[in-house]
Design a protein around this ligand. Sequence first.
Ligand code: PMV
Length: 361
Amino acid sequence: MYENPRLILDSSNPPEPGEILWRTPSNIAIIKYWGKHGVQLPRNPSLSLTLAASCTDTVLEYAMKEAPDNAIDLEFYFHGEENEAFRTKTLAFLESLTPQFPFLRQLQLTVRTGNSFPHSTGIASSASGMAALALCLCSLEDRLFGTLQEADNFDTKASCIARLGSGSACRSIFPYAAVWGATPAVSGSSDQFAVPAEDLLHPVFKDFHDDILIVSTAEKSVSSRAGHALMEGNPYAEPRYAQARNRLTVLVDALRTGDLETFGKIAEDEALTLHALMMCSNPSFMLLRPDTVALIEKIHAYRRDTKHPVYFTLDAGPNIHLLYPGEIVAEVRGWIEDDLKQHCADEWVIQDWVGEGPEEL
Ligand code: PMV
């Protein structure tokens, strides 16, 4: 998709050097993507809320190469320092994208990137990082060739490119919420790219919080690449994919009507299903920590006692994402302070919320 051999610069009329900067948020899946096939295609549709505070800023600097050659010329800085490991990874990704962006071989490129949250803390930086890079590349194409003037085309290509970098990244392109993967519940949905889901949201979900309780900052013991691959031999894989499809349809209804209880039930069931799948894969992974379980029990008790609509979800790690509507933010923050923080590494909580999506700065 999006291969275009005509996107080649005229060397007799080189572009002025320039730079592009995108600030791009992470996202939290409510229906989880876990299991893939082909070229980073999902086994089931997923739905996420777009975050605001957890984000990546990426600057892409470009200038025409002085002497043409076939290599991709890339410098890479992470939080101001050259980073060889990230450079190698990004170079391989850009190489894989030359059918979509053939002009990349004609340019000298520098990427300067950094996250609003520390790297390798169990907070997924691949979603915001890959989405930010995809947006920079699409802006570059449009600046050089004027080929992505229509906002919808731009977003769809950016989402498709982000997906090739990291599946869940394709959902970070859109404000508030996004759906990735073909589902009859959302018209225009596709396995190739995410689509915006803002229109599906009752207003209560546009003022929604996700406070991330950092239980552990240790590196994940299973990469998401390995985790997706393990689904191939998992005996529950097929029923799981069917379950995700059904849950997405029910969730879309709950999002439309503002049904917090159904939303919360699905969010928690999905989180526990994801971890159950990891526990029963071969080899098996247990990513929940004792404090994760203690927090889950406290969330259940708080909900029972206060009747507040406070729910959790989890990524492929031990940290709790606490989900709740804006109208109870003061009470919930007080409770986190008094009762939950003690379960977090260095009492660390990242306050996040549903946000307006990426921003070109
Ligand atoms: O995008 P990946 O390959 O890092 O996979 C992400 C998988 C989960 O975060 C566990 C779920 C999701 O849909 O974001």
